[in-house]
Write a protein of this length. Structure first.
Length: 269
C-alpha cells in the first residue's frame, strides 16, 4: 500500500498501563524504517500530550509531544476556536480544566460540594470523565442545561476505559447520564471518532486521508475515525475487541492484526 503516515491509538494498541504490548516495538520500528510520519491519538481528556511523551518513554518508545493529540487537547482547541470569550462550565477532572485554562478559556467547575453557590449560567457546558461525579453534580447540570441556549459538549464517547483493576466508567458514562437527565444530546462529542479529531490529526500530519493508515484496538472509536474519509484501517487484537465484537459490528476494518508486529508485512504489501 502507498502510505505516508500512520495514526496510532495508545491504550490497548501500544501499551497497557505503562507496559508495552507484545509486538508494539516491532510495529513502530517498521513504521520508522519505512520513513512514515506518525501520530498518536488518545481519547483520554485528562492528560496533555507532554504526559504521553513521558508515559510512552517509560514504555521504551521515543515519542515527541508534538506527535500526540488527546481528547483533552482537541476539546481545548475546539473551544478556543468556536467559543473564545465565552464562559465554560466543566464536569471533569483537574487535568482537563488545566488544559482549558491554558487556552485562555474562562472555566468554572460544576462540582459536587454540598451547599456550594450555584454555578453562574455558562455559555457552554462540557462534560468529561469525573471520578468524583455525584448526584449533586448531575442535578446542577440539569439546572444549567434547562436553558436551551447553553451549548452542551462532550470530550469523548468512551463509556468504559481500561484500568489496572479492570474496566471503569469513562467520559461517555458521564455524558450519557447528563444527556438522559437533560433530555438532549451533546451538540458535539469531540474526541475519536469525531470529524473534529480527524481533521486535527490530518492537519498535524500534513497528509491527505488516502495517505494515512489508522491503527487501533477499538472499532467504535479508532476504526470509526476513518469511516467515509478514505483513510485505511487496521484493527489490532491486543485490546478490547474480540472475535464476537468484530463479527457483530457494522464497522469493518480493512485489516485485522494479531499485534503491531504484523505491520511490517502489511507495509510491504
Amino acid at each position: 500500500m502507498t502510505l505516508r503516515g500512520v495514526i496510532f491509538d495508545v491504550d490497548g494498541t501500544l501499551v497497557r498501563g505503562d507496559e508495552p504490548l507484545p509486538g508494539a516495538a516491532a510495529g513502530l520500528a517498521a513504521v520508522d524504517d519505512a520513513g512514515l510520519r506518525r501520530l498518536f491519538v488518545s481519547n483520554n481528556p485528562t492528560k496533555p500530550p507532554a504526559d504521553y511523551e513521558r508515559r510512552l518513554g517509560r514504555a521504551g518508545f521515543d515519542v515527541d509531544s508534538e506527535e500526540v493529540i488527546t481528547a483533552g487537547s482537541v476539546s481545548a482547541r475546539y473551544l478556543s476556536a468556536h467559543h473564545a470569550g465565552e464562559s465554560v462550565a466543566v464536569v471533569g477532572e483537574p487535568g482537563f480544566v488545566d488544559l482549558l485554562r491554558q487556552e485562555g478559556l474562562t472555566v468554572r467547575i460544576v462540582g459536587s460540594e454540598p451547599g456550594a453557590e450555584p454555578t453562574p449560567r455558562p455559555d457552554v457546558l462540557v462534560a468529561s470523565i469525573d471520578r468524583e461525579f455525584h448526584y449533586r453534580t448531575l442535578r446542577r447540570c440539569l439546572r444549567l442545561l434547562d436553558d436551551p441556549d447553553v451549548t452542551f459538549l462532550g470530550t469523548d464517547p468512551d463509556v468504559v476505559i481500561p484500568a489496572p483493576e479492570g474496566n471503569v466508567p469513562g467520559s461517555g458514562a458521564v455524558i450519557d447520564a447528563i444527556a438522559n437527565v437533560v433530555g438532549r444530546d451533546p451538540a458535539a462529542i469531540l474526541g475519536k471518532p469525531s470529524r473534529t479529531t480527524r481533521d486535527m490529526a490530518l492537519e498535524r500530519l500534513g497528509l491527505r486521508p488516502e495517505e494515512v493508515l489508522v491503527v487501533g484496538d477499538r472499532l467504535d472509536t479508532d476504526i470509526a475515525l476513518a469511516e467515509g474519509s478514505g483513510m485505511r484501517t487496521a484493527l489490532v487484537r491486543t485490546g478490547v475487541t474480540d472475535d464476537a465484537a468484530l463479527d457483530g459490528s457494522p464497522i469493518r476494518p480493512d485489516h485485522v492484526l494479531d499485534s503491531l508486529a504484523a505491520l511490517e508485512s502489511l507495509l510491504c504489501d
